[in-house]
Design a protein around this ligand. Structure first.
Ligand code: ARG
Length: 473
């Protein structure tokens, strides 16, 4: 069975594509979501065509009205997308031309090659703005949780072994820093996405005197001074998908950061750690074991990282062997890009909400951080303050740890005499090293976990980040 495809194939082809070809090559099933930007791009292009005398005022008005009407029907769910029209561009243009004769002039000096590059850039720009906001809100949730439990101390870990004590808030603030770099990358990606490719045509621009800067201004492709930003090479403009790859790359890194946070939360919520309690509404039960409360949001956050990393690999692989310029392969960019955008945006939102519904088990944290061996390094620093070279101090404290282990005592349970038997530089004040609050207060370098440094960081972020109240519902 053969169906005809009215827009692009008229003239050269004696028949439309076979039904199975249409099914294989269509992109309308996923690129329909570019419709809003496709319409905005067409309106700007039409306004420019009127400015250079290709459309008259009446034609422009009819085109804009027709496009608005189609936009309304799409919003209302009344527009019928047709697979045989391949993609969002052809669907909208064909419908417009059916209603408005001047619609047939809309594609003047335009190709779907520069049109799709335009639409995806515009779509991604909007998503980047939203994602930036969502990352900010997630940072805010971390800062709020840290501030709610600002006195809580936990063991910090290396090799998943207890290492040194830190404020719980200090641990959370590490993620705030990671997310801040992610947000910077989002803004950076915006800069390179925000360049207008329209006017590049299929590959070689147009013989008609288009005003590319006018279109760029209409569509907000401007620099910080409001000057239009247009692509500088027509071939590059139609085949370049760097901006999509950059996005998928920053999304992969963001997903990795979220995955590490999720892993910490999973560990902390386990009975073995028992540092945090995630509210019931943000956990799930087991269908078999009645006692179970599972951190599924955190687990899915960790799990979804696989697909986001995979999307980046897919796009890099898609591009690597393509000859210049546009090849239909490029149509495969959209589902990967959409999926990365959807996944990281949804994940950032739900993790933020989960953190707002998470509390700290103060008792368990106090219990875990009271382990005096967490302060073994502080014992070595004590000896360094007495003038001992650090390597020697490390050795002396190693002997202390070995002795404590052998005698079944904790480091703070050894007597001054026992310390002095190992090294006479240990003084009668040696037990003051085990005062946890004082030990942390001494770690007062920039970026270190003393109470005053952590408070300073919490205050700094509270000022920078949007308040939780401004959160969109
Ligand atoms: N649906 C196509 C895509 O996503 C639009 C561009 C088609 N251009 C072409 N010359 N066939 O890439």
């Amino acid at each position: 069975m053969k169906k005809s495809s009215p827009v692009s194939r008229s003239g050269r082809f004696s028949s439309g594509p076979a039904a199975d070809v249409a099914k294989f090559t269509e992109s309308i099933s996923f690129d329909w979501r570019l419709w809003r930007h496709d319409i905005l791009g067409s309106m700007a292009h039409a306004a420019m065509l009127q400015k250079i005398g290709i459309l008259d005022r009446g034609e422009l008005k009819a085109i804009v009205q027709g496009l608005n009407q189609i936009g309304q029907e799409i919003t209302d769910g009344k527009f019928r997308w047709k697979e045989e029209l391949e993609d969002v561009h052809m669907n909208i243009e064909a419908e417009l031309t059916k209603r408005v004769p001047a619609g047939a002039k809309l594609h003047t000096a335009r190709s779907r090659n520069d049109q799709v590059a335009l639409d995806v850039r515009m779509w991604l720009r909007d998503e980047l703005v939203d994602l930036n906001e969502e990352i900010r809100m997630l940072q805010r949730s971390l800062v709020d949780l840290g501030a709610r439990f600002s006195e809580v101390i936990i063991p910090g870990y290396t090799h998943l072994q207890r290492a040194q004590p830190v404020y719980f808030a200090h641990h959370l603030l590490a993620y705030v820093e990671m997310l801040d770099r992610d947000a910077e990358r989002v803004q950076d990606c915006f800069q390179r996405t925000n360049v207008c490719p329209l006017g590049s045509g299929a590959i070689a621009g147009s013989t008609l005197p288009l005003d590319r800067e006018f279109v760029a201004l209409e569509l907000g492709f401007v620099d910080s001074k409001g000057r239009p930003r247009v692509t500088q090479n027509s071939m590059d403009a139609v085949c370049d998908r760097d901006f999509a790859i950059e996005f998928c790359s920053l999304a992969a890194l963001l997903a990795v950061h979220l995955s590490r946070l999720a892993e910490d939360l999973i560990l902390w919520a386990s009975s073995e750690f028992n540092f945090v309690k995630i509210a019931d509404a943000y956990t799930t039960g087991s269908s078999l074991m009645p006692q179970k409360k599972n951190p599924d949001i955190a687990e899915l956050t960790r799990g979804k990282t696989g697909r986001v990393v995979g999307n980046l690999m897919a796009l890099l692989t898609l591009l690597k062997g393509l000859p210049m310029t546009y090849n239909r392969d490029l149509q495969e960019d959209k589902e990967r890009l959409f999926d990365s955008v959807d996944t990281v945006r949804a994940t950032a939102r739900i993790v933020g909400a989960m953190l707002q519904n998470t509390s700290v088990n103060v008792e368990s944290c106090a219990q875990a951080s009271s382990d005096p061996s967490l302060l073994a390094t502080d014992l070595a620093d004590y000896l360094v303050r007495k003038g001992m070279p650090f390597r020697q101090a490390h050795h002396a404290v190693g002997l202390v740890v070995g002795f404590a282990e052998k005698t079944g005592k904790k480091l703070n349970e050894l007597t001054t005499a026992e310390y002095q038997a190992i090294d006479k530089n240990f003084g009668s004040d040696i037990h003051s090293v085990f005062d946890l609050q004082k030990a942390l207060a001494l770690r007062n370098l920039t970026g270190a976990p003393s109470g005053s440094q952590v408070r300073k960081q919490l205050a700094r972020w509270s000022k920078i980040l949007p308040s939780a109240k401004s959160r969109p519902s």
